[in-house]
Ligand binder design. Sequence first.
Ligand SMILES: NC(=O)c1ccc[n+]([C@@H]2O[C@H](COP(=O)([O-])OP(=O)(O)OC[C@H]3O[C@@H](n4cnc5c(N)ncnc54)[C@H](OP(=O)(O)O)[C@@H]3O)[C@@H](O)[C@H]2O)c1
Length: 315
Amino acid sequence: MNRFDASSTTDHVIEGISLAGKLAVVTGASSGLGVETCRVLAVAGATVIMVARNEEKLRAAEQELLRERPGAKLHTQCMDLADLTSVRNAAAEILLNHSRIQLLINNAGVMACPLLRTEQGFEMQFGTNHLGHFLFTGLLAPALIEGAPGRVVNLSSAGHKFARFDFDDHSYKHRKYEKWQAYGESKTANVLFSIGLDLRLRERGVRAFAVHPGAIMTNLSRHMQEEDFASLMEYRPTDKPLVFKSVPQGAATTVWAASTLELAHRGGIYLENCQIAQPAEEGGEDGVEDYAIDAAEAERLWSLSEALVGQSFEF
Ligand SMILES: NC(=O)c1ccc[n+]([C@@H]2O[C@H](COP(=O)([O-])OP(=O)(O)OC[C@H]3O[C@@H](n4cnc5c(N)ncnc54)[C@H](OP(=O)(O)O)[C@@H]3O)[C@@H](O)[C@H]2O)c1
């Protein structure tokens, strides 16, 4: 156990750490936890490529950070994770200018949207939260290996407890759509992906982590209707009320995962409250479920994801 906990903020966990000389790529950099993550990485001296789909929001977020920290080393890159062509283009543009990356923060996400499909026809939460990031990471991996030691941080959620991954119907072609179940499946995929990625990259000096940031009031709830709050309670393993964190507290576990020396020789693990999570207990709101860290499921998801994006990744 370190000295951090659920109340720790980004400023607490980055204290005394310099990221000078490191290049960080952060998705979902136009809102919520992503903007805060970019802010702190930049303040610690990293060069940060802020990635988001909406150019106007992205520029506004960049300007906001520059107002606070003139001289921060920021770049921007547009990418829509719900379109694999856009992901390929964005990765190619980044690689054109940067041959070495040390930190990749796969933070973007969508939650509990109605049944929507990505450009290539995948269910939106699976397509955005997992598949787009899978392809983006695979394409950037050569630069991560070149820039090693490095880390990949995948934003998961305690929402992974809502559902194990459904290999038979990842995109709700054959069953009734349940928005929370789909969110849970995508967040389980984020953990399984972290396990599979760490296994493939650890010998090359790149480690991967899954993070639950906590419950934070951000734009993530934009799709939620009144009745979705009630149905959320049915999926949660406990009826204890949610305790909310501030945005700097919410982004703290991501920043800790990306920067702490404590994790220099770790990887393929799920983190929460700036700690390595314990196995989940029946009815508990913390911890990681067995099915989300199952090595065989992680391999199965890797193969499925390669097939769906139409590209194999050998590192
Ligand atoms: N907030 C929480 O309580 C909580 C809890 C557990 C896990 N998380 C996870 O934390 C991460 C960050 O969430 P947040 O709370 O900061 O939410 P947020 O404020 O809604 O930010 C989400 C970011 O993802 C981007 N995004 C969504 N769809 C995208 C797409 N198709 N292509 C590219 N970017 C896309 C959004 O872009 P736009 O601005 O253009 O929409 C935004 O920048 C998510 O992965 C979420 O699942 C959050």
